[in-house]
Design a protein around this ligand. Sequence first.
Ligand SMILES: Nc1ncnc2c1ncn2[C@@H]1O[C@H](COP(=O)(O)OP(=O)(O)OP(=O)(O)O)[C@@H](O)[C@H]1O
Ligand SMILES: [Mg+2]
Length: 268
Amino acid sequence: MAFLEIRNLKKRFGSTQVLHGINFSMEEGEAVAVIGSSGGGKTTFLRCLNFLEMADEGTIRIEGGFAFDAAETYTPAQIRAMRLKMGLVFQSFNLFPQYTALENIYLPMQLRTIEQLKKEIPNRRSRRAAINRAQEENRARAQELLASVGLAQKAENYPCQLSGGQQQRVAIARALSQTPAVLCFDEPTSALDPELTGEVLRVIKDLKDKGCTLLVVTHEMEFARKVADRVVFVADGLIEEEGTPEEIFRNPRSPKTAAFLQHTVNQL
Ligand SMILES: Nc1ncnc2c1ncn2[C@@H]1O[C@H](COP(=O)(O)OP(=O)(O)OP(=O)(O)O)[C@@H](O)[C@H]1O
Ligand SMILES: [Mg+2]
């Protein structure tokens, strides 16, 4: 079995079938770029992988993590546990505006710790002591994560005091704080001015070099070509074609892939 294995994933909104049965797998440490035309179902695919939408059919398995089957029902706690294995960085950063950069990373960590300790330590007084100890550890870890995306000096800044590129790097650090098995990105640079995309793409490249498993929906063809191990072209709710960047960009087999690439290159 592959590290991440997705079989026959289907999703419908009302009468519109959006995902028609996606089969996809990836190995640990792989970086996969997902490309495709608008409306093809890329975001819906990522949202189903992160359980922000529940697939109607299909299975999602992470080695040593979880096995989801759309035919089964899951409790909210089970869904939260599965969601933790799959990180997601959104196009629009989605930081909490009322919290500092550090708090944006640290507070969700602390909430997860409290939830965990509630299960592990029934005695309230012992639990409180453990929560207090975890607080310092979580703050230190959040500070380390901020430093790893080059923002050690911005811990006390609020999102409105950060550039778009900096906000997106905080969002990446926050996603990393849950140590996901796979980190997914949905067009992480498309809301940024062109001069700010480089700093975010460099952070993603660093993560790949550190061995993180990455699934990146992107319209940055240069990034897909240079950084991804594999490129997946999604069209009409299906994987139309996949291969190495060389295979997809130099010699696409499917006419749909060729037409998309032709059109995208012409727009540049
Ligand atoms: N919550 C929803 N309710 C109804 N239809 C939806 C919903 N979310 C997505 N869709 C539809 O599903 C289809 C795929 O949308 P999706 O956002 O997954 O495409 P995409 O490939 O990410 O496009 P883009 O490149 O523009 O981001 C679209 O036709 C969209 O209108
Ligand atoms: Mg999208």
